[in-house]
Design a protein. Structure first.
Length: 145
């Protein structure tokens, strides 16, 4: 995947131009990481393997909720499981790359002063994924772009 390869020449995502598949795949990855529960699961798995029951107790969520998020993370290739008796042990997949991504995300949040939390489109308290024509601007100056 070459997310940054289009930085110099650009790519036409909407018409399926060069590099658009890589960008769509990257967006899917970030969407997989976009839920606070999934991030909490990943964060807890950084300390090692855990059963669903362990994650349920740690997160204080219903077993069905944790299982659904684990299934999503597994389908995204971010966690893996192995059987242990009647239970399954879950762990991070691609651990070095995933940890590097999470550390980099933390650094970016700190460097931007957590500005994304105030974003009218994706910040805290927003829901859904707005269509391009429904994107909101932070202030009047940005509408001139």
């Amino acid at each position: 995947m070459t997310i940054l390869s289009g930085a110099s020449g650009g790519s036409d995502v909407e018409s399926g131009g060069a590099g658009s598949e890589d960008l769509v795949s990257a967006a899917a990855l970030f969407h997989g990481l976009s839920d606070p529960t999934r991030l909490a699961i990943l964060q807890h798995l950084t300390s090692g393997e855990h059963r669903v029951r362990d994650l349920v107790e740690h997160l204080g969520l219903a077993q069905s909720t944790v299982s659904a998020h684990l299934a999503c993370l597994r389908e995204c290739g971010l966690v893996e499981s192995r059987p242990q008796g009647r239970a399954s042990l879950f762990s991070l997949a691609n651990t070095p790359a995933l940890l590097a991504l999470l550390v980099t995300a933390e650094r970016l949040l700190a460097a931007t002063g957590y500005a994304v939390t105030l974003c009218p489109n994706y910040g805290i308290g927003t829901t859904g994924n707005p269509a391009p024509e429904d994107l909101k601007f932070h202030d009047a100056k940005e509408t001139d772009r």
